[in-house]
Design a protein around this ligand. Structure first.
Ligand SMILES: C[S@@+](CC[C@H](N)C(=O)[O-])C[C@H]1O[C@@H](n2cnc3c(N)ncnc32)[C@H](O)[C@@H]1O
Length: 216
C-alpha cells in the first residue's frame, strides 16, 4: 500500500501509459503502477547510484525487472524522447524540477504528460510552467499527518498565458476540496511571514484570502 502522497500521484497516471519516474529513489511508485496493472512498463531513474540500486533491488524483489528498467540520469538527460509518454517527478524541490524541465528540449511537446510533486515553493514551479508554455490540467492536494502536498498534472500547449502573482499561488487548486483549502491556507501563512521582508506580497495575500472567502 502506498501512502497518501504517492497514491495521489498514482491516481493521476493515465491507464496504459508508459512512465519514467525521475528521482525514483525506492521505486515504490513504478512498482505499484505496474503491479496494479495501471501501466504496462516503466523506467525508474535517479541521479545517484545508491538510491537507484535501492530501487533496483525493490524492482527485483517484486520480479518486475522485465517491465521496469533503471537508468542513472540527471533528470531526463540520459533518456531518449521515446522512453516514456508520462514523466513523474516527485519528492524534490521546485528548483530541481525547474532545472530538470529546463534542461530537456523534447519535453516541450503536447504528447508528454508531466506529473509534478514539488516539496517546496510550488508557486515557482507554476510560474515556470506558465512562462514556458505548459498548461496545468489538474492540481490536487493531500496530507500525511500534518504535512500537506500538492500534485500538478501538466502538458505543453505552447500558449504563454498572462498571469498575475496570485495566479501562481492559485494554480488550479480546487478550493472546495478540504486538503486544497488547507494547503492554500498554509501557503498564505508562509507568504505572510515572507511579506515582512517583501511588502509587495501583501496585495497578493489579500487576493488569495478573497478567493478562499468566495469559495467558502
Ligand atoms: C526524496 S527522494 C523522492 C523519491 C520519490 N520520487 C518519492 O517521491 O517518494 C528524491 C530523489 O531524487 C533524486 N534526484 C535529485 N535530483 C535529481 C535529478 N536531477 N535527476 C534525477 N534524480 C534526482 C535523489 O537522488 C533522490 O533519490
Amino acid at each position: 500500500m502506498l501512502q497518501n502522497r504517492l497514491r495521489l500521484i498514482a491516481s493521476l497516471v493515465d491507464r496504459g501509459s508508459v512512465v519514467a519516474d525521475i528521482g525514483t529513489d525506492h521505486a515504490h511508485l513504478p512498482v505499484y503502477l505496474v503491479k496494479e496493472n495501471i501501466i504496462p512498463r516503466a523506467v525508474a531513474c535517479d541521479i545517484r547510484p545508491k538510491p537507484l540500486e535501492k530501487g533496483r533491488l525493490y524492482i527485483q524483489a517484486n520480479h518486475l525487472e522485465d517491465k521496469i528498467s533503471t537508468v542513472l540520469s540527471d533528470g531526463l538527460q540520459e533518456l531518449p524522447p521515446e522512453t516514456a509518454d508520462t514523466f513523474i517527478m516527485a519528492g524534490m524541490g521546485a528548483d530541481v524540477l525547474i532545472h530538470i524541465l529546463s534542461e530537456c528540449e523534447y519535453i516541450r511537446d503536447p504528447r508528454y504528460t508531466l506529473i509534478l510533486q514539488p516539496m517546496s515553493r510550488y508557486y515557482e514551479l507554476i510560474r515556470y510552467l506558465y512562462k514556458s508554455g505548459f498548461s496545468i490540467i489538474t492540481q490536487v492536494c493531500t496530507h500525511e499527518g500534518e504535512r500537506l502536498y500538492t500534485v500538478i498534472k501538466a502538458r505543453y500547449s505552447g500558449s504563454i498565458r498572462l498571469f498575475g502573482e496570485a495566479d501562481i499561488y492559485l494554480g488550479k487548486l480546487e478550493l472546495n476540496h478540504e486538503d486544497s483549502r488547507k494547503f492554500l491556507i498554509k501557503e498564505i501563512q508562509k507568504a505572510e511571514r515572507r511579506a515582512i521582508g517583501d511588502p509587495a506580497l501583501n496585495s497578493v495575500i489579500e487576493l488569495l484570502k478573497g478567493k478562499l472567502y468566495e469559495s467558502n
